[in-house]
Ligand binder design. Structure first.
Ligand code: DUC
Ligand code: ZN
Ligand code: ZN
Length: 471
């Protein structure tokens, strides 16, 4: 058999196995895994490299509209280039429904933004902010059929929060349609109550973003979301879990046999609340929700990753520039509640988990692959096309140098943001080549995909919602 490309002599890592073999790629698919493959015009030497399924980042925000005076510092071109340099081959951004807008209108805008600009594959989750009977009864079932099989709901934010009754209605609709529900679990009223009290005491600096939404706020909402999922009999994913108490809510639910998944992110492993405690507005660079917390909470997030309480590790890339159109919007001078919530991380997710997790002996290589790729594909209906190295799968591959040492530096990154919250973090292990369906997108510090070749991915319903075991 002849191949378009052979990747030779690398150490192949999947969620299950680690072994040395050659990979043969034909027509964008993995066509053979064997020793001593030959017959290809292109042979890539992968000696001393790890050969892993490309990262799938199932939680990113790209070109998402927010407050009028604030602009997200990323479009689909820069976002997917940065993701590729960070070892990713698929990203899953959110398509935000504004109140009063139909889901289809929102999708039309996002598809237009993404069309022709993506250097890696893309698939959208929906964000439901206006779950009226038309949306839940007509649009959602049709869209699930068309491959939009997951949605996010918010338990906070003025323009996105759903009432308890609405959360229940969405979950009931998910039960009927097979949509998989992701939950932002922080309580609206408790945050408002605490924010008002802090402001009354003159505590308005970015640091007070943390105290305005302490762990109990997240724990309470997590418990409530899980209770609603139990009552409506649906599986849910609690996204961006930041602390021990919320992690333990998920753990307890799983022990009780509920189908509850959890996600955590780099900011909860390597940042703490102290990062928001900086001179002037510098702390705003670390304002995200939920906020980074304590060293013990970092430890809890590691435990969650090690023990499978968290099945996916995502970036929650949500970049705003440290400038007037972002973190320093004039309103943010009035207090922390006006600072846009979110930090960049699409390019640094894999190196941070590899270095802090694999290189420091906290997780295995196979756990790394599961947490950064395979479990995302399985959870969100992309498996087995994506997320594995197997004959017949898309040849979406990252070649990794496990020994390369780097210091994370904004000057080296490709994202649209003008800072990284991980500036100065020393890491061991770095992606050296990213390949999408057999074509090299990035090699070293060079972008090789001349035209954006990323495709939009329609997804199957999650095996969780179709009652098949996913993980
Ligand atoms: N939720 C997210 O998922 N991302 C950034 C901000 C937020 O509240
Ligand atoms: Zn969120
Ligand atoms: Zn997010």
């Amino acid at each position: 058999m002849s191949f378009d490309t052979i990747i030779k002599g690398g150490t192949i890592v999947t969620a299950a196995d680690t072994f040395i073999a050659d990979l043969g790629i034909k027509d964008g698919k993995i066509a053979a895994i064997a020793s001593n493959l030959s017959d290809s015009p292109t042979v890539i030497d992968a000696t001393n490299r790890l050969v892993m399924p490309g990262g799938i980042d199932s939680h990113v925000h790209i070109a998402q509209p927010g407050a009028v005076e604030v602009v997200m510092a990323e479009d689909f071109n820069s976002g997917t280039i940065a993701a590729a340099f960070g070892g990713n081959t698929t990203v899953m951004p959110f398509c935000l429904q504004k109140k009063g807008q139909s889901l289809r209108e929102a999708l039309k805008i996002y598809h237009k933004e993404a069309e022709g600009r993506c250097h890696i594959d893309v698939s959208f989750h929906l964000i439901l902010t206006d779950p009226n009977p038309g949306v839940l009864g007509q649009e959602l079932p049709a869209l699930v059929e068309e491959g939009y099989t997951s949605l996010k709901v918010f338990m906070t934010y003025d323009d996105m929060v759903l009432k308890d009754r609405e959360l229940l209605e969405v979950m009931a609709a998910a039960r009927r349609t097979g949509a998989f529900v992701m939950v932002h679990a922080e309580g609206y009223d408790t945050i408002r109550f605490l924010s008002d009290a802090l402001e009354a005491e003159g505590k308005t600096a970015p640091y007070y973003h943390g105290p305005s939404r302490p762990a109990a706020v997240e724990r309470e909402a997590t418990h409530r979301a899980i209770s609603f999922a139990e009552i409506t009999d649906v599986p849910i994913m609690i996204v961006h879990v930041s602390n021990r108490e919320a992690m333990e809510e998920i753990e307890r639910a799983r022990r009780r046999g509920l189908n509850i998944s959890g996600e955590t992110c780099p900011q909860y492993l390597v940042l703490t609340e102290d990062d928001m405690d900086r001179e002037a507005m510098e702390g705003a660079k670390f304002v995200c929700s939920p906020p980074p917390r304590t060293n013990d909470d970092q430890e809890a997030c590691w435990e969650g990753l090690q023990h499978g309480i968290f099945s996916v590790f995502s970036s929650d890339h949500c970049p705003y520039r440290f400038a007037e159109d972002g973190k320093l919007t004039p309103k943010s001078a009035q207090g922390f509640r006006w600072v846009p919530n979110g930090i960049p991380g699409i390019e640094t997710r894999l190196p941070i988990l590899f270095s802090e997790g694999v290189s420091k002996g906290r997780i295995s290589l196979n756990q790394f692959v599961a947490l950064t790729s395979t479990n995302h594909a399985k959870t969100y209906g992309l498996y087995p096309r994506k997320g594995s190295i197997a004959v017949g799968a898309d040849a979406d591959i990252v070649l990794w140098d496990p020994e390369e040492k780097r210091t994370i530096d904004q000057a080296d990154l490709h994202h649209g943001c003008d800072y990284t919250p991980y500036q100065g973090l020393e890491v061991t292990g770095w992606p050296v080549m990213t390949m999408l369906r057999g074509r090299v997108v990035t090699e070293g510090d060079t972008l090789l995909s001349e035209t954006p070749e990323g495709e939009y991915l329609k997804r199957d319903v999650s095996p969780f919602t179709s009652q098949k075991q996913a993980l």
